[in-house]
Design a protein around this ligand. Structure first.
Ligand SMILES: [Zn+2]
Length: 287
């Protein structure tokens, strides 16, 4: 018989051990404090602080809503879209990589949020992730506080296990934030009047594909499954426009030769041009 526990310990523990993190405005150090503490001293420089005086620091990770298989479907559909050359879907060979999560530091202040990449960008497309409307969930503050002298970062019963996505450090596939970049950015943000700093891990599937002997990259986001690609195969319009232009020229010439009289010929040509322009425009656009 399999017995199902009525209450899982993981659902009870967080409220008791949860820590908040602050950036010390004096020294820029990251300080972990149990929730609802109203005064604490910086574990780095000893300054006496209260939650209102520091820059609040959170860690969040994007909820993954798109599977790798779905990402591949979305990418195939994108290849068939009018954004790409007509035969891209049949000619391009592509591979979708495993889920990755890239760390951005979101700084909230007076104006619009600012995003700073906290690791080396795998490809430039990854920067587009900051435009993705993402659902984020908080991840455990204990994780990554290794540089911290540790204030009651008590024993976590599930600490040894790989986290399933929430509550317990960076999720699977996460690219680690550079401690140096993070420390520097937090120090600057604390001095610039930001109110919140959030280390956000944003999810994507990396895609690489080849089309006509050229290699391209793209990403598929994990919230909406949208394809983001800065550099992509160009729509080779001239290849399609040349025969069309020649056909139109021939048609107009025939009209000029076959229709008797100057004015009837001129009017017929004018009408033909207008009709062709309207009829061909959408077709030409779709490459
Ligand atoms: Zn300090």
């Amino acid at each position: 018989m399999v017995q199902i526990p009525l209450q899982q310990p993981a659902q009870v523990a967080p409220s008791l051990t949860a820590l908040e993190q602050f950036v010390c405005p004096q020294c820029g150090g990251l300080v972990s404090v149990p929730r609802r503490v109203d005064r604490f001293s910086c574990s780095w420089c000893g300054s006496l602080l209260d939650p209102g005086s520091g820059l609040r620091f959170y860690r969040r990770a994007e909820q993954v809503r798109i599977t790798r298989e779905q990402a591949a479907e979305r990418f195939r559909a994108w290849l068939a879209s009018p954004e790409l050359p007509r035969h891209a879907e049949s000619e391009a060979a592509f591979s979708v990589g495993e889920l990755r999560l890239f760390p951005f530091l979101r700084l909230k202040g007076r104006g619009a949020d600012r995003f700073l990449p906290m690791a080396e960008l795998p490809t430039a497309d990854v920067l587009d992730l900051t435009a993705v409307p993402a659902a984020l969930e908080e991840t455990d503050a204990d994780e990554g506080a290794g540089a911290n002298p540790g204030e009651g970062a008590g024993a976590d019963p599930g600490g040894g296990e790989a986290p399933a996505g929430n509550g317990g450090g960076p999720p699977r596939g996460a690219i680690e934030a550079s401690p140096d970049l993070l420390a520097k950015a937090l120090h600057e943000a604390a001095g610039q009047g930001s109110s919140e700093a959030i280390l956000e891990h944003r999810g994507f599937y990396p895609v690489s594909y080849t089309y006509r002997d050229d290699t391209f990259t793209a990403i598929v986001d994990v919230s909406g499954g949208r394809v983001w690609a800065g550099r992509r195969p160009a729509l080779l319009r001239s290849q399609r426009e040349t025969p069309v232009s020649l056909g139109v020229a021939a048609l107009l010439m025939l009209e000029a030769l076959l229709i008797p009289g100057l004015w009837p010929a001129a009017i017929a040509i004018l009408l033909t041009v207008v009709v062709l322009f309207v009829a061909l425009r959408p077709w030409l656009r779709h490459g």
